[in-house]
Design a protein around this ligand. Structure first.
Ligand code: PLP
Length: 497
């Protein structure tokens, strides 16, 4: 029998003989817990290994093995001829779990991010980003079915046959140089932006660019104009950086700069999607662009231009980007390959105005974990070899076709049920609901029948008075679009009855 106080404690050790963990590991873990929780105090003698083995019904080797491990960890010490003792080092103050409080616990203090997100979003789970797979009418996904897989795989294997040192080491902090050059070239030729590779910073998708810009430019509580309705990911990213988002309404020309100036003349940042508003699809007029640039210049504010799907303009000649008419140097242009290639690449970039280049350099050097070099290298080569430009041209035709299929099917099936607005660009459009029918009910019922539609409310910082559905048409073929419109028509008729 073990005689000491600790001995009684040790006898209650629970060893599971059926477990896949060895008995000596279990014993070691259990002894460690007893010692660390104060069950045995510093200097207290442990039972002799022979006694403990006998009492626990295990072999002496098992006990010795557990003791040796605890000696190695410094928790117990063996003194020749005297026995085994709990280490004196444990006399020092050590972290103990706080005693359990029985009465109602005090409200938990939320970390800064949780507080900010709750304040901005409440319990509005609809505003969280969703997992996406192709289907009618999923937004945010490009046409994965038409991606030139063969070319891409050829470049992937070519890359992995290059010099090990080039392929396997840490990447460059601002991004892989040839990709920065290729992007700068693409922006100059296709998006009318005068820029140099040094201004480009590669990020993990546009989302990381928003987070980065927010962390660089915002102090907690700074006012940031935000399109209402607007882009969910950017909203979440800026909120996480402490932005006090000011919802600014949208009309047929884009963000209402006059309202923004009334609500928050001293804004620090404005977030806009001028080439194709997310989610309403409006293209910002040139007048509005100039008004926004002027307002930012006066307030010494910065503008984030999110050009997420502006490449896919099929209605008319694309308007230039906001960046291309930015004579003030206030626009930070953000691009992504999530639409123009595919989202799992997680590749995006920001184009910094000259005044912020050294700030972004310092920050990315210090904090950015970087983006996998292999993906950057393959993307760079895809652009350099001309596949990217060809792919974009081809996708413009395909998206025009899919958009037309949606408008035609809606014209035939949804008249009086949903007013689908044609768009001139991008991979989604909106349909407006007649009064008296809830967009949330439509979305929920449609989901039950295998159709995804996003209520506009999901994109709204505060109610907009616009009731409708965001309809993605990019990821599915015309036949699936027509079938989806049929199901949606049925859903709407059922709900109206
Ligand atoms: C408005 C907007 N901007 C940017 C993106 C792309 O984000 P990321 O590059 O992080 O995939 C999306 C994706 O859906 C979006 O809706």
């Amino acid at each position: 029998m073990v005689k000491r106080i600790g001995g009684a404690l040790l006898l209650s050790l629970d060893l599971d003989r059926e477990s896949t963990r060895s008995i000596s590991t279990q014993l070691c873990t259990a002894l460690r817990e007893v010692i660390l929780s104060g069950g045995l105090s510093a200097g207290e003698r442990l039972p002799a290994s022979r006694t403990l083995a006998k009492d626990l019904g295990v072999s002496r080797t098992t006990v010795n093995d557990a003791f040796e491990r605890l000696v190695a960890e410094g928790l117990i010490e063996s003194r020749v001829g005297a026995g085994t003792f709990v280490s004196q080092a444990l006399k020092a103050e050590r972290p103990m779990p706080s005693p359990r409080v029985q009465e109602t616990p005090a409200p938990a203090r939320k970390p800064r991010l949780a507080t900010a997100v709750t304040r901005a979003m409440g319990d509005f789970v609809e505003r969280q980003r969703l997992p996406y797979s192709p289907g009618a009418f999923v937004t945010a996904l490009p046409a994965l079915d038409t991606f030139p897989m063969a070319q891409w795989s050829r470049l992937v294997s070519k890359h992995w046959r290059a010099q090990r040192d080039d392929v396997m080491g840490y990447g460059e902090p601002y991004g892989y140089r040839p990709l920065r050059q290729a992007i700068a070239g693409h922006l100059r030729t296709s998006r009318g932006v005068v820029c140099e590779a040094d201004q480009i910073f590669i990020t993990g998708g546009a989302q990381q660019a928003f987070n980065l810009i927010g962390s660089v430019l915002l102090n907690p509580g700074d006012k940031a104009w935000f399109e209402n309705p607007g882009a969910i990911g950017a909203c979440n990213g800026l909120v996480a950086c402490g932005a006090d988002l000011v919802p600014v309404p949208i009309d047929g020309e884009g963000i209402r700069v006059d309202v923004g100036l009334e609500l928050a003349p001293q804004f620090r940042l404005a977030f806009v999607t001028p080439s194709h508003h997310q989610p309403l699809g409006v293209i910002m007029s040139l007048e509005r662009r100039f008004a926004l640039l002027q307002a930012a210049e006066r307030a010494k504010a910065w503008i984030i231009e999110d050009d997420y799907d502006g490449e896919f303009c099929f209605g008319r000649r694309p308007l230039p980007t906001l960046k291309s008419v930015d004579s003030t140097g206030r626009v930070i242009y953000v691009g992504t390959f999530s639409k123009s290639l595919f989202p799992s690449l997680r590749l995006g970039y920001l184009l910094s105005p000259p005044a912020l280049v050294s700030t972004f350099e310092r920050l990315t050097r210090a904090f950015l974990p970087g983006v996998p070099t292999s993906l950057q290298a393959v993307t760079a080569e895809f652009i350099e070899e001309g596949h990217f430009a060809t792919h974009i041209r081809r996708m413009r035709r395909i998206y025009a076709e899919r958009h037309q299929a949606l408008c035609d099917a809606a014209g035939e099936r949804l008249t009086g049920l949903l007013d689908v607005a044609p768009t001139e660009s991008g991979l989604h459009t909106v349909g407006f609901l007649p009064p008296g029918i809830s967009e949330i009910d439509v979305a929920a019922t449609a989901e039950g029948r295998g159709i995804t539609v996003s209520p506009i409310r999901r994109f709204s910082l505060k109610p907009t008075g616009i009731s409708g559905l965001v309809l993605g048409f990019g990821s599915i073929r015309p036949a699936e679009i027509r079938a989806g419109v049929g199901v949606l028509g049925q859903v709407l008729e059922d709900l109206m009855r």
